[in-house]
Design a protein around this ligand. Structure first.
Ligand SMILES: [Zn+2]
Length: 287
């Protein structure tokens, strides 16, 4: 946190601070998908599965490459913490940090969810976002971030002086993945990872750079929709923070379920090709 400083600014401080930034990862090399074929592929699709994620719980579901899935707010404002794993290998999981580096702090239509090293390929592409009108507000807040991690009982324990709370998204996702896979709780826990914060409205304070949240603008009927590029297991927690207007890691907030639906299109989007794993040879400079 940049709250104070111990050192006097050099004479050219203003000049140094005045240098214009450059984008770290110019994404011109990444073909941004043409969304029209994805939109067209929705015509006549069949709903093949549906999961209701209860408040303060998580559920897993399967979605095959070439299918869509949609997360919808029902009953009341609620944020969701999303994990993705490759069905073939749980080690291939969503990489929130690299996705943030490539697409920015908050995701919307056309952005992809990338998998961890050494796979680093698109797991899913966002095909529709009913909250795309929100953009960035006057506080610097926006929805669907990849800057937070997931609420968890360890940080809660640290900050609350020893509290034990069992319905943080981390624990919800751990139980859900254990139930889905048959792994033990502790084995499953190791596969839970930093999330896409679906519907959550967050940013960084301009003065101190602190992570903030505010009441989500989501209302029942709002949705975020994805196209699966590889065979996936999804995990979604209906965060105990509810709309995240005040706190999480407690049962104080009003919480609501979330709906997940999986759709099978009649035909894959025109021109879509399932992505191969990353092309780096993994020699790391040694023969
Ligand atoms: Zn949470």
């Amino acid at each position: 946190m940049k709250l104070s400083h111990d050192h006097t600014a050099p004479a050219d401080a203003l000049a140094r601070k005045g240098i214009a930034p450059v984008i770290c990862y110019p994404v011109e090399g990444l073909a941004r998908p043409d969304m029209a074929p994805f939109r067209a592929a929705r015509a006549g699709w069949d709903k093949v599965a549906e999961v209701v994620v209860p408040a303060r719980e998580a559920r897993c579901w399967a979605v095959a490459a070439g299918q869509f899935f949609r997360i919808t707010s029902i009953e009341g404002p609620q944020v969701g913490d999303l994990n993705l794993w490759a069905q073939a290998d749980l080690r291939e999981r969503f990489y929130s940090g690299k996705t943030r580096a490539l697409h920015g702090t908050h995701l919307s239509t056309g952005d992809r969810m990338w998998s961890a090293f050494p796979f680093l390929r698109p797991m899913a592409v966002i095909t529709d976002d009913s909250l795309d009108w929100y953009g960035f507000d006057a506080f610097g807040g926006a929805v669907h971030d990849v800057i937070g991690t997931r609420c968890d009982p360890y940080t809660h324990n640290l900050l609350s002086g020893g509290g034990q709370y069992h319905h943080c998204c981390h624990s919800n996702l751990t139980r859900a993945l254990a139930d889905w896979t048959g792994l033990s709780l502790h084995e499953a826990e190791g596969h839970v990872h930093d999330v896409l914060n679906v519907f959550m409205c967050t940013g960084f304070t301009r003065d101190t750079g602190q992570y903030f949240m505010k009441a989500s603008p989501v209302r029942p009927g709002d949705y975020l929709e994805f196209f699966a590029e590889i065979d996936l297991v999804g995990g979604l927690s209906a965060c105990p923070g509810g709309d995240c207007s005040a706190e999480h890691s407690s049962d104080a907030a009003a919480c609501h379920p979330l709906l997940v639906e999986v759709f099978q299109p009649i035909a894959p989007p025109a021109g879509w090709v399932a992505p191969a794993v990353n092309g780096y040879d993994r020699s790391h400079g040694r023969p």
